[in-house]
Design a protein around this ligand. Structure first.
Ligand code: NAD
Length: 436
């Protein structure tokens, strides 16, 4: 089939490459000419394992192409996937739908009879219904809208697109469902469950899933707060409650909390939209507050380890990306903590295996090192804030010889406390007593 993918950011570039991998002819469209130039040259402007290979492979054969032209897109595609951003509005918790609207405004008037536009962005419930009305005004009754929310995780984006847990097809006609089933035929044939739904349900599946995940993380982080007050150990607590299959062990590790371009803005937009509908999701605001308090707690621990103030202290921050296997620094807890300590007068040096360029651009006043060892050299406190596998492999004995003072806060709850303590480190973790 001939598909277009409009918006070639994290979601769109991955979706375009994976649709080519499924055998479709794909045209990626973006308003950012630099991004399009990079993708045309087979370069992916962000870090995502496996994606550069896929893009290079399919741009080489011509099955995957990129353009900035909506005219070209409208003439080319039978199905148009809209993958543009829905960030938080500047002045409220609501989602900013400017880009989603712009796709319909730009594409709508150009579409031929029979075209299907498929929204993949995360949007407030009610958006698809509104956009369908606008599309009918612009393109006439021949063009149709569907909503097919995306659940991929950065760092696993290719695998998640080719082998998703489920496909959610928000459709208003049998024809729209048939077209989407044809697009995803190989994925469906591999046994992926398909859930067909009306527009509001399809939109809500995505926001409900993100709200649930955020709640699970904040739940264990709230337990970490209680453990800190009571002298208990949240890692043991999480393991014990996780043995209950109804609870499960995933997403139950206490730490500095979630960040990124999705969960924080999605739970805010969901609570805001629910208010508009007259339903209170006040608990999601508490989920957000618990999450932000964990960042405060890391700052507090760093301050305590420095004897009450960080002014003039040298602090090494291990991690800048909001999660491992990504260079995405949107709402990164690590950089948020680093910037706050810098504001309090600390001399902060950051190291991340992939996100250094993005971090430097966004936080030019922080110091940057080329390796974890270089960051730790002479540090008064080390903060472990992004769960990269290479940080787990660090040798506490060796780092002990480099640090100015051997003190570490494990903000991700994965380092071996006993081993670090045995190597002479003062070790602190969230929700756990200091090793005795
Ligand atoms: P992003 O900011 O990385 O990408 C958005 C892209 O859209 C940019 O390249 C931008 O230049 C382009 N764009 C903006 N306006 C445009 C227009 N009018 N026409 C064409 N292109 C335009 O965002 P993202 O992380 O890929 O997220 C996109 C959507 O997918 C959001 O709604 C997000 O919540 C959702 N989502 C993201 C992920 C993820 O892990 N990143 C996962 C699931 C869902």
């Amino acid at each position: 089939m001939r598909l277009t993918v409009i918006g070639t950011g994290y979601l769109g570039a991955t979706h375009a490459a994976c649709m080519a991998e499924l055998g479709h002819e794909v045209l990626g469209v973006d308003v950012d000419p630099d991004k399009i130039a990079a993708l045309r040259a087979g370069r992916v402007p962000f870090h995502e394992p496996g994606l550069p290979e896929l893009i290079a492979q399919h741009t080489a054969t011509g099955r995957l192409r990129f353009t900035t032209s909506y005219e070209e897109a409208a003439a080319f595609g039978q199905v148009h996937f809209s993958c543009v951003g829905t960030p938080q509005s500047k002045d409220s918790e609501a989602a900013d739908l400017t880009y989603v609207d712009a796709v319909i405004e730009n594409l709508g008037p150009l579409l031929p009879e029979g075209a299907l536009v498929v929204g993949k962005s995360t949007v407030p419930v009610g958006t698809a219904d509104r956009l369908a009305g606008r599309l009918a005004e612009l393109a006439g009754p021949g063009a149709e809208l569907a909503w097919n929310p995306e659940f991929l995780r950065e760092g696993f984006a290719v695998a998640d697109t080719l082998r998703p847990d489920r496909l959610v097809l928000g459709v208003r006609s049998a024809r729209a469902e048939e077209l989407l089933r044809a697009v995803y035929a190989p994925v469906i044939a591999a046994g992926t469950p398909v859930v067909s739904a009306d527009f509001p349900t399809a939109e809500l599946v995505k926001t409900a899933a993100n709200a649930f995940l955020a709640t699970k993380i904040s739940f264990i982080n709230a337990m970490a707060e209680v453990c800190e007050a009571a002298g208990a150990d949240v890692s043991v607590l999480a393991e014990a409650i996780g043995h209950d299959e109804r609870i499960g062990r995933k997403f139950l590790r206490a730490g500095v909390g979630f960040g990124g371009g999705c969960l924080p803005k999605d739970i805010r937009a969901f609570a805001h939209r629910a208010d508009e509908l007259g339903v209170s999701l006040a608990f999601l605001r508490e989920v957000d507050r618990i999450n932000m308090r964990r960042r405060d707690r890391v700052v507090e621990l760093a301050r305590d380890l420095c004897g009450g103030a960080v002014l003039g202290a040298r602090i090494a921050v291990l991690g800048a990306a909001f999660k491992p296997d990504s260079d995405d620094i949107r709402d990164s807890p690590a950089l948020n903590v680093a910037a706050r300590l810098r504001l309090d007068g600390a001399d902060v040096t950051v190291y991340d295996p992939q996100a250094m360029d993005n971090a430097r651009k966004a936080f030019p006043l922080l110091g940057y090192a080329l390796s974890a060892e270089e960051a730790v050299r002479g540090a008064d406190v080390v903060l472990h804030l992004t769960e990269w596998p290479e940080f787990r492999e660090l040798d506490p004995e060796r780092l002990r010889t480099l640090a100015g003072r051997p003190r570490i806060v494990d903000g991700r709850g994965v380092l071996d406390a006993g081993r670090w303590a045995a190597a002479g480190w003062e070790f602190r973790a969230l929700g756990r007593p200091a090793p005795g």
